[in-house]
Write a new protein. Structure first.
Length: 342
């Protein structure tokens, strides 16, 4: 550190905390060690009796924590994210819109293994909201060797990007509700309203719902009708168990679908089916999607609406973290459900 006149300290790095005392009201640091002194702060420091001040004299090739964190954040960030800060050496990464958070987890690990760098994120492949903080970046020391940041930037450049938010695409969703009890009006359908609420929250809408009995041909015709009317996705509800009357999986196959996966290592949601007809995703939704606040639906649909392709391997990988704890106060997605997938 070196002592210089306050008037000459603009842009310099404060070498110690500067305490302000207002009798009977306040005592604490007005400026903290590491703060970069601004022009408008000179009168404040003079009013505090600081004619001279100790500042850090950065050696060549060293970076202040604010500059280092900013460089690293800019190197890592992809689309859908804005930066905030630095504040006390930390830069926050904030979602610009509702969407799916995607992290290159191996690259993130390599960045943190460089040393003297801390880069923390939320879990990948989860829905986030506009304005939500999804990550934070800072370095450990007050000043850091520029070569360390350069090494971390190189990792980020290969990830391209390390972190991003993929916006949800507005989709027209067709719903086929199976079951003779609903078709004949013996009970009121409850699946449709649940799906409308869930898709609306993700920026899409249910364009039409067709009720059919337990007749596979009716289900096939309903699926084809919705696709012909412009559905971007088709949800087929009910009839997903192994009971003899449950014909939904066979009906989806009969409609000409290519089955990606039937069955998922997720509870609730084990009897889920994912298929495609052309480029239209077709999902068989078990009854748990209607009864439970969080289920397989909430792990798969955000990814599809963000434009991702789900494979059988992706479904298989959901087993780690696929057990919902059934908390009395559900906090999803701020919990472990579905978080085992990288």
């Amino acid at each position: 550190m070196k002592s210089i006149p306050v008037a000459d300290a603009v842009g310099m790095v404060l070498g110690h905390d500067v305490t302000r005392i207002i009798p009977g009201r306040e005592k604490g640091p007005a400026f903290r060690k590491g703060h970069i002194i601004q022009t408008e702060e000179i009168p404040v420091l003079l009013d505090m009796g600081k004619a001279n001040i100790f500042v850090l004299d950065l050696p060549e090739g060293m970076l202040h924590e604010d500059d280092a964190a900013g460089r690293l954040a800019r190197a890592a960030v992809g689309s859908g994210i804005r930066l905030s800060g630095p504040l006390e050496g930390k830069v926050s990464l904030i979602a610009q819109a509702d969407g799916l958070l995607k992290i290159d987890v191996p690259a993130l690990t390599r960045v943190n293994a460089v040393g003297q760098i801390t880069f923390a994120t939320l879990h990948t492949s989860q829905p986030v909201s506009a304005g939500q903080t999804v990550a934070g970046v800072r370095v450990v020391p007050l000043i850091i060797d520029a070569h360390t940041i350069t090494a971390a930037e190189a990792i980020c450049a290969k990830a391209a990007p390390l972190i991003q938010v993929k916006p949800f695409k507005a989709r027209r969703v067709g719903v086929v509700t199976t079951g003779s009890e609903v078709y004949h009006g013996r009970i009121k359908d409850q699946f449709g309203p649940v799906l409308e609420k869930k898709f609306n929250a993700l920026g899409s809408r249910v364009m039409r719902q067709i009720l059919v009995s337990d007749d596979p041909q009716m289900t096939v015709e309903a699926i084809h009708t919705l696709i012909a009317e412009g559905a971007d996705m088709v949800m087929v509800t009910g009839g997903m168990s192994v009971d003899p009357d449950d014909q939904t999986p066979a009906s989806i196959r009969a409609a000409g679908a290519r089955v990606i996966s039937y069955g998922a290592p997720v509870f609730p949601g084990a009897m889920f089916m994912l298929a495609t007809i052309g480029d239209v995703p077709v999902a068989g939704l078990p009854g748990c999607v209607m009864y439970y606040r969080t289920s397989i639906f909430d792990l798969v649909m955000p990814r599809l609406l963000a434009g991702e392709t789900i494979t059988a391997e992706d479904i298989a990988a959901m087993g780690h973290g696929g057990l919902c704890a059934g908390c009395a106060d559900c906090r999803f997605p701020l919990c472990g459900f579905g978080k085992g997938v990288c």
